[in-house]
Ligand binder design. Structure first.
Ligand code: PMP
Ligand code: GLU
Length: 394
């Protein structure tokens, strides 16, 4: 059967591909240590599951309003107000089927062919594809290791043209593990003042920040920033709810309404009883997120320290998300265990085949010198995997 040019132009997600390969090898009985998964290794807290079961039993099994129930959108508005200092009415919020869907749907709602989207490296693998699917063009801005891979004011200014429609920001970053400081964000906001450039601010890792890092929402910087920003967030990462598929977008009324119109034809509404579970998660007073955050912080510190002690590997201390993103390019153009290492792809492939350690190559993130290691796995696995990596490289 014919496949559309649109679908043919989109490669499968590299992060999902490596995660799946590692799972397959495990199922075949191979003792793989996987640093591939971009999801918490914790289970969803019980009180969240209980809320879903209760909702289901109470008959919450039909359709809801397209953008999500008013109760959930009120809970999200309260969360955005109290935690992020953002004033959104429930009408300015649309709940999507995961933040991945929020990214896709928001771009479908606001981008046109010919529009340019400034996309700093390293970027999450899904962004260039969703930009392409909206008919727009990604203008990739290579950031520098010495700037912790964050886009500078000079780099941003140089990338702006009269076609620039959007800047994509993802802080804390997947895969970079860095977080923009309030001052860095303010400097970016200043560059955008007086332009028509929107900001898509993907804040899904906001609760997972480390070493005293302070998270700030881009839209909270100023009235100007608020008016140009679509704030994306979700339940997956902070609440260990990846399988529940709950993300949301908040922003000015017009784009949010446009997203609702698209959603009314695409997916109708997020899963009904999952929405009640989301209210329980967002209004949690048990500190479940903090317990997980503390554990991630411990693992991230350990992983970065170990990586930096390996010859030819250098890694910034992660300040957010759950990824280390070391530069391993000192090992390129070498032969390891009979395999020629020429780039991040051959590095990751040989490491998996020879030492049974799964990492995601940096190229699909636009960062060919690096590989991504997720520390959303147990300390025991982290120690074992890093021992193997160290031995393999020596
Ligand atoms: N944004 C970023 C930066 C991510 O890493 C992810 C994880 N897949 C998402 C969005 C989407 O998460 P979800 O669809 O599970 O809400
Ligand atoms: N966001 C996670 C990751 O980067 C999950 C997989 C995906 O959606 O890309 O690994």
């Amino acid at each position: 059967m014919k496949i559309s040019q649109r679908a043919q132009a989109v490669p499968p997600s590299a992060t999902i591909a490596v995660t799946t390969r590692a799972k397959q090898m495990k199922a075949e009985g191979i003792d793989v240590v996987s640093f591939a998964a971009g999801e918490p290794d914790f289970d969803t807290p019980d009180f969240v599951k209980d809320a879903a079961i209760k909702a289901m039993k109470a008959g919450q099994t039909g359709y809801t309003a397209t953008p999500g129930t008013i109760e959930l959108r009120k809970a999200i508005a309260d969360k955005l107000k109290t935690e992020n200092g953002l004033d959104y009415t429930p009408d300015q919020i649309v709940v999507n089927i995961g933040a991945k869907h929020s990214v896709y749907e928001s771009m479908q709602a606001v981008l046109d062919p010919g529009d340019e989207v400034i996309l700093p490296t390293p970027y999450w693998v899904t962004y260039p594809e969703t930009i392409k699917l909206a008919g727009a063009t990604a203008v990739i801005v290579e950031t520098k290791k010495e700037n912790s891979y964050k886009i500078t004011v000079e780099e941003l200014t140089a990338a702006i043209t009269d076609k620039t429609a959007m800047l994509l920001l993802n802080s804390p970053s997947n895969p970079g593990g860095f977080t923009y400081t309030p001052d860095e964000l303010k400097a970016i906001a200043k560059v955008l003042e007086g332009t028509n450039i929107m900001v898509l601010s993907d804040e899904i890792y906001e609760r997972l920040v480390y070493t005293g890092t302070k998270f700030i929402s881009f839209a909270a910087l100023s009235e100007d920033a608020y008016n140009r920003t679509l704030t994306i967030n979700g339940l997956s990462k902070a609440f260990a709810m990846t399988g529940w598929r709950l993300g949301y977008t908040a922003g000015p009324l017009a784009p949010i309404k446009a997203m609702g119109r698209l959603q009314s034809h695409m997916t109708q509404n997020p899963v009904t009883f999952a929405q009640s579970a989301a209210i329980a998660a967002l209004t949690d007073k048990t500190g479940a997120v903090e317990t997980m955050r503390v554990e991630f912080e411990k693992r991230g510190k350990y992983m970065a320290k170990r990586l930096n002690s390996i010859s030819g590997v250098s890694c910034h201390q992660p300040t957010g998300a759950f990824y280390c993103f070391p530069d391993v390019s000192a090992h390129y153009n070498k032969t390891i265990g009979g395999a020629e290492i020429t780039d991040s792809m051959s590095f990751a492939k040989a490491l998996l085949e020879q030492a049974s350690v799964a990492v995601v190559p940096g190229s699909p993130f636009g960062a060919p010198d690096n590989v991504r290691l997720s520390f959303a796995t147990s300390m025991e696995q982290i120690e074992k995997g890093l021992d193997r990596l160290e031995k393999w490289l020596s």
